[in-house]
Design a protein. Structure first.
Length: 512
């Protein structure tokens, strides 16, 4: 009874505020912006630039290590992420860890890192739940929603920083928990799909993880060396705010472009090229000199754009490939995080060892050149195009061939499923469509199928494989397979052969 009431409340809130669950990602991003911005004072203590760099390295190292565990145990973690109590607990762990960073710093900088470890562990599960939600979106929707999440995150960042009373730090500490609560507002029909099995991480994916690791290094060097480039904390705050305005403008433009492009546009290729162009800009930053306020602000905007592209690419790969979303994200974003740690380590070493500005600029330019070499030779455009295609194993190929023959036998179709227009004409001519509509209504009543399940049933009964259903309905590969499994369970059957026999039986109306 309690579960039914909860589901009803979630469905009602989602209908009033569509996509409310994506606010969870905005709270998570806003928490990072505030934590690593040197602008929060709690109990008379604030983090200096060196403390922020140390906290960043420890939080993200803990984050990456937890993601490695998630990748290895992705099926168990998938079940955990479906439990509201676990998600709320991870939000609280992150909130308490953030508080400990400030409280324990008073006893020595080493103690504050205890809270940083807790933040990394808790926030990794928030990120995993968030990517599951993004991976259920189509190409256009994931780019649009990721851009709007960034806009909302910076709005939250400015809201927290504009409060000057004692409420400010407590609102900041609450951000991860609020994010976890938002992620729970997810109707049953929009929840992440369980891993479908098969080849979880194709070989070409590992080249991608190496590529994005190198992409993160120059980005993080530029961010970590802000104190060296800018000198004064007040100036850094101004640069960050100008960077925030630029990021919001860029994200709004990207969201508009995503809405204008067709659904079947090559979004994966677009994201990859944006990353390449953004990386080239870091060579320009090194030549111009990042000590310029305008360049510092622009580098922050480029960093946000690269993060969005990596996030959207990982969601898109999980959407199309049929691999476990958690494994794709854990190894992909974990690699990107390790690159970020390496970049911040350079910045931390530069400050602690009092390296010259020229030495830092050399590191920045060299890392960018290495990144471009890796991108152009290790990871090519052909790899990305391959990555956007669904995984097709032997079982799926055999299933597709069997379904084609079954469809012809069932509806008297002379054409394969690839020629849907001609097939539809043949069905009308043979009266197959009318018989199918009759059996479709009977099946819907018997099994109480949802509207989406009816769409899937219509396709698989005509010979479509899970891969083809995914492409036709703009749903993820895993979602298509899960819909098929639920349809089988509701109809008390176990294969497409049984489904075809059932449909043929229902197509014979009772005499009289």
């Amino acid at each position: 009874m309690a579960q039914a009431k909860w589901e009803g409340a979630v469905a009602a809130l989602d209908s009033m505020i569509p996509n409310f669950r994506f606010f969870g990602a905005s709270f998570w991003v806003a928490w990072q912006l505030v934590l690593f911005g040197c602008e929060i004072n709690f109990c008379g203590f604030s983090l200096g630039s060196r403390e922020v760099a140390a906290v960043y390295v420890v939080v993200n190292l803990s984050f990456a290590c937890t993601l490695a565990v998630v990748g290895a145990l992705h099926r168990s973690v998938f079940r955990l992420l479906g439990r509201p109590t676990f998600m709320v607990a991870m939000g609280l762990v992150t909130s308490v860890g953030t508080m400990l960073i400030f409280l324990l710093q008073a006893f020595g900088s080493g103690w504050g890192l205890v809270g940083a470890v807790a933040c990394g562990i808790g926030s990794s599960f928030l990120a995993c739940r968030s990517i599951q939600q993004f991976a259920e979106l189509g190409s256009r929707e994931v780019v649009f929603m990721a851009a709007m999440v960034q806009v909302a995150a910076f709005a939250l960042d400015y809201t927290v920083l504009s409060i000057t009373t004692v409420v400010q730090p407590w609102l900041f500490f609450a951000l991860p928990t609020l994010g976890a609560l938002c992620m729970l507002v997810e109707p049953a029909d929009k929840r992440a799909s369980a891993p479908a099995g098969g080849r979880e991480t194709p070989r070409w994916f590992w080249r991608f993880t190496v590529g994005i690791l190198f992409f993160a290094i120059p980005v993080s060097i530029c961010r970590a060396c802000f104190p060296i480039f800018g000198d004064e904390n007040a100036a850094l705050v101004d640069y960050r705010r100008l960077s925030g305005v630029l990021i919001i403008a860029i994200m709004l433009i990207l969201a508009f472009v995503a809405l204008r492009l067709p659904k079947k546009a090559r979004y994966g290729l677009l994201m990859y090229r944006l990353i390449l162009v953004s990386s080239v800009l870091y060579v320009v930053f090194g030549v111009l000199g990042p000590q310029s306020g305008a360049v510092l602000s622009l580098s922050g905007a480029v960093n946000a754009l690269i993060n969005l592209c990596v996030w959207a690419l990982l969601a898109r790969i999980a959407f199309k490939s049929g691999a476990s979303t958690l494994r794709i994200f854990a190894f992909g974003y974990g690699s990107f995080t390790i690159g970020g740690i390496a970049g911040w380590a350079v910045g931390l070493a530069a400050e602690m060892l009092s390296l010259s500005l020229d030495a830092v600029l050399v590191c920045l330019v060299v890392s960018t050149v290495v990144t471009l070499v890796v991108a152009l030779f290790l990871f090519r455009q052909e790899d990305l195009e391959h990555m956007m295609q669904p995984v097709e194993d032997e079982e799926d190929s055999a299933e597709l061939e069997a379904n084609t023959l079954a469809r012809k036998a069932l509806l008297g179709v002379e054409h394969g499923p690839e020629d849907k227009a001609a097939a539809g004409t043949t069905e009308d001519a043979n009266g197959g469509a009318e018989a199918w509509q009759y059996s479709r209504l009977l099946l819907a009543q018997r099994a109480q199928l949802s509207a989406r399940e009816l769409d899937v049933l219509d396709l698989i009964s005509r010979g479509y494989s899970a891969r083809m259903v995914s492409d036709e309905l703009f749903i993820s590969y895993n979602t298509a397979r899960n819909h098929i499994q639920r349809i089988y369970a509701k109809l008390n059957i176990h294969s497409r052969d049984e489904l075809h026999l059932l449909v043929k039986e229902l197509q014979r109306p009772p005499l009289g």
